[in-house]
Design a protein around this ligand. Structure first.
Ligand code: F6P
Length: 533
């Protein structure tokens, strides 16, 4: 079955048709499409479980959308989706299933990998996490100094970005200890947090799928020394581990009852639904964590059951390919109008760019198509006062996703300002301002026709956040299928990691190791000189 997905991307066969659609639409402004079609908003928006996705402000009409959908069908998008959900090894370069969806599977149905139902293990691990989280939250888990007041998650990449972003976004739901996140090998990342903590009431979570990641292991060792200095041989009890490498967690000195496992079919950037979500669970509690899983499950059901033309992640993915490959727009922005979601763009960067930043097809051939876009973003309204100038009037067109809650923390005045600003921006981007409207001043002209999607929901709850994250996960999957790449490996991070072990010895004074090129050698010499000078 998998081999049938190794063919060249169907998108290549559709380039002529899609370019013809682009050519046709190049002469039409989106604002004119609104003027001539009073149903445009209804026609180009989709709702699911309290989340509204409005994609009507795009360079798209019924005809171009239908060509995109034909292309998705020719790409066997839904066949590959079904293969993913049913546990086929679609991560071909690592020979692994891709089953983060099993971690939030609330159907009661089995999910088989290599002839074994994985659901009993998933549920057992979730129950173990809930017992531990409840004990930490209630104060039943005490080590050397009473109730745990602070939890520090030490991890990087997928073992940091998702839990950090979700914990911060759901701060309103935090009714447990304070949560902190440490990722970088720069000592300030850990020390600036430890400075304010009491070792006796601090719990460290070492989150690492591999339990070999250099930054995480260095931070974990340093945290252990800090704890040992304060509580002596009991330090180990202040640590728990989240990993698939149970041998390494044991070697680090963390007992099995405080080690939470997961499986090789959970990718790092998709791991928040597994044990890697423990910090979030401790923050918001097992019941709200279950709501979070439920939101993602709702998105999964929508992705599985909605027809392509009413399927949010499918439309998101098609729009992305439409702009990347047909219109030639290399960047995609995401703007949550919500301060607590300030880490959402960073989370999305890893999800999208580590998944789809690839140049080789599943067939092992070099791709002829551009793949993953550059993702960036900032919370609204801050971004408006920084880089929106370029988005409105720059020469690079940047399709934007706007994320907006109707209610939330704070008074109505603040909320209304966020809402009005967000709507003003999307309208300005789409409508623009003509030379005539600008009183003949070319500097005040906005060409408009700049694409955006708007996600609207009542409040950022665990359920809504889970759904939003899963929509983006599936969007990334859709695009990977259309481009014919494997979205679930990350070989591009390997070379730098390998070279790290050759460069580090060259920092030692008096070493005979020589760098492979004069730039690296010159920099090393300068570094040694500056260190000693
Ligand atoms: O270097 C990239 C990466 O491998 C990511 O894919 C992963 O999320 C991150 O490092 C952390 O890996 P680990 O959880 O194994 O420490």
């Amino acid at each position: 079955m998998i081999n049938s997905f190794m063919n060249k991307p169907a998108l290549l066969d559709y380039m002529d048709k899609l370019n013809a659609e682009k050519h046709r639409l190049s002469t039409i402004q989106v604002r004119d499409m609104f003027a001539s079609n009073p149903d445009r908003f209804e026609q180009f928006s989709i709702s699911n479980d309290g989340v509204l996705f409005d994609y009507s402000k795009n360079r798209l009409d019924e005809q171009s959308l239908s060509v995109l959908i034909d292309m998705a069908k020719a790409s066997k998008l839904f066949e590959l989706r079904d293969a993913m959900f049913s546990g086929e090894k679609i991560n071909t370069t690592e020979d692994r299933a891709v089953l983060h969806t099993a971690l939030r599977n609330k159907s009661g149905k089995p999910v088989m990998v290599d002839g074994k139902d994985v659901m009993p293990d998933v549920q057992a691990e979730l129950a173990k996490m809930a017992t531990f989280a409840n004990a930490v939250r209630s104060g039943a888990y005490q080590v050397t100094g009473g109730q745990i007041t602070d939890v520090v998650n030490i991890g990087i990449g997928g073992s940091d970005l998702g839990p950090r972003m979700a914990t911060q976004s759901l701060r309103e739901f935090n009714d447990g200890p304070r949560l902190h996140y440490v990722a970088n090998s720069d000592a300030t990342d850990l020390d600036d947090i430890l400075e304010y903590l009491n070792p006796q009431t601090t719990l460290f979570i070492v989150a690492s799928k591999s339990f070999t990641t250099a930054e995480t292991m260095l931070n974990a060792r340093n945290a252990k020394v800090w704890a040992e200095n304060a509580v002596g041989e009991n330090a180990g009890k202040h640590f728990c581990a989240l990993s698939t490498n149970l041998k390494a967690t044991k070697a680090f000195g963390i007992d099995d009852d405080r080690t939470f496992g997961f499986w090789d079919w959970v990718g790092g950037r998709y791991s928040i639904w597994s044990a890697v979500g423990l910090s979030l669970m401790i923050s918001i509690g097992p019941e709200d964590f279950d709501e979070f899983l439920g939101g993602a499950y709702s998105a999964d059901q929508h992705f599985l059951n909605a027809p392509m033309e009413k399927n949010i992640p499918v439309i998101m993915g098609l729009l992305g390919v439409w702009y990347r490959n047909i219109w030639g727009f290399p960047v995609q922005a995401v703007m949550p109008y919500d301060s607590r979601m300030s880490r959402f763009p960073a989370w999305l960067q890893q999800l999208d760019m580590e998944s789809n930043g690839k140049s080789v097809l599943k067939s092992n051939d070099q791709t002829e198509l551009d793949t993953g876009p550059i993702i960036f973003g900032e919370v609204g309204t801050n971004g408006q006062h920084a880089f929106y100038q370029l988005i409105h009037q720059g020469t690079t067109i940047i399709p934007c996703d706007f994320l907006l809650a109707t209610t939330g923390y704070g008074g109505q005045e603040n909320r209304n300002m966020l809402i009005s600003n967000c709507l003003a921006q999307t309208q300005a981007l789409m409508t623009g301002r003509t030379l005539e409207e600008a009183g003949g001043n070319p500097h005040r002209v906005f060409e408009g026709n700049r694409p955006s999607n708007t996600f609207l929901y009542r409040e950022v709850t665990p359920h809504v956040l889970g759904m939003m994250m899963a929509f983006y996960e599936h969007k990334v999957f859709v695009q990977g299928v259309l481009w014919g790449i494997n979205s679930f490996d990350q070989w591009g991070v390997e070379l730098g990691k390998e070279l790290l072990s050759t460069i580090e010895p060259m920092l030692v004074e008096g070493t005979s190791h020589k760098a492979q090129n004069s730039s690296t050698q010159g920099l090393l010499d300068a570094i040694r000189e500056m260190k000693t000078g």
